[in-house]
Design a protein around this ligand. Structure first.
Ligand code: CA
Length: 225
C-alpha cells in the first residue's frame, strides 16, 4: 500500500483529501503545520508527499527545500491557492515535482500521483546507472552530477532536465517534449518555464572557454550536442 504524507493546514481540505486517498487505497498521514510536516517527512518512509504552500510555522517552499536536502527522489506535489507563474516556478524550483491549484478535482490529483509513480518506476527499472557526455558525468543512483570530477550542485528540476538532455544526445527536444518529460505533462505550465530552467542549467554546466552543452534550436527547442 502506498503511503502518503499530507501537509495541509486547512483541516477540512486535509480531511477531504485523506478520505479520498484512503478510498483509492492509499495509507495516509496528515500534518497541519510545516514544522511537524517536515519532521514527519524526514522521519518516515513515504511514497509521496502532498504539500500545501501556505502553512503555519514553516511555509511549504521551505519544507520542500529542506526535504530535498536529504531526499532528492521522493515525489512531492505542491498544493497552492495562488495561480501565478512566479509561485509555480518558485515551487518547482524548491524541488517539488508538480503542483496543483486549489480548488482542484480529486481525479486530477490522482492522475498526477499516478504519473509521478510511473516516472519513479521507470527510473528504478532503468538499468543505466551512469550517463556521460564530454566532461559531464551523472551518477543516477546517487543523483550526483560531476564535471571533471568536481561536483555540480543542481536543484531537482535542473537535475531532471540535465538527465533528459543526456539521455537524448543529438536529439532536438521541443519545449513541449521537455515539459512532458521533465514536468510530467504537456499543458498547464507556460513553456517559458523551460527557457528559465535551461538558463539556470547552462549557468551551472557551461564554462566560458568552451562551447555550450545545450544549444538553442530556434523556433523548436533545445539539443545537447
Ligand atoms: Ca494553507
Amino acid at each position: 500500500m502506498s503511503k502518503l504524507l499530507i501537509i495541509e493546514d486547512e483541516k477540512s481540505l486535509a480531511r477531504f483529501i485523506e478520505l479520498e486517498m484512503q478510498h483509492e487505497g492509499y495509507e495516509t498521514t496528515v500534518a497541519t503545520d510545516g514544522r511537524i510536516g517536515l519532521q514527519l517527512a524526514l522521519a518516515g518512509s513515504w511514497d509521496a508527499i502532498l504539500l500545501d504552500l501556505l502553512l503555519p510555522e514553516l511555509n511549504g517552499m521551505e519544507v520542500c527545500r529542506r526535504i530535498r536536502q536529504f531526499n532528492k527522489t521522493i515525489p512531492i506535489i505542491m498544493i497552492t491557492a495562488r495561480d501565478s507563474v512566479l509561485d509555480r516556478v518558485s515551487g518547482l524550483d524548491s524541488g517539488a515535482d508538480d503542483y496543483i491549484i486549489k480548488p482542484f478535482a480529486i481525479e486530477e490529483l490522482l492522475a498526477r500521483l499516478r504519473s509521478l509513480f510511473r516516472r519513479v518506476e521507470a527510473l528504478q527499472s532503468n538499468e543505466v546507472t551512469i550517463l556521460t557526455f564530454k566532461e559531464l558525468v551523472v551518477e543516477l543512483e546517487s543523483c550526483v552530477v560531476k564535471k571533471r570530477d568536481v561536483v555540480i550542485s543542481l536543484t531537482k528540476r535542473e537535475y531532471d532536465l540535465l538527465v533528459t538532455f543526456m539521455s537524448n544526445i543529438n536529439i532536438v527536444l521541443s519545449r513541449e517534449v521537455l515539459l512532458n518529460k521533465v514536468w510530467g505533462y504537456s499543458t498547464g505550465v507556460e513553456t517559458n518555464v523551460v527557457d528559465v530552467y535551461v538558463r539556470y542549467l547552462r549557468n551551472k554546466i557551461d564554462d566560458q572557454n568552451e562551447g555550450h552543452y545545450i544549444h538553442t534550436v530556434r523556433g523548436i527547442g533545445y539539443v545537447m550536442r
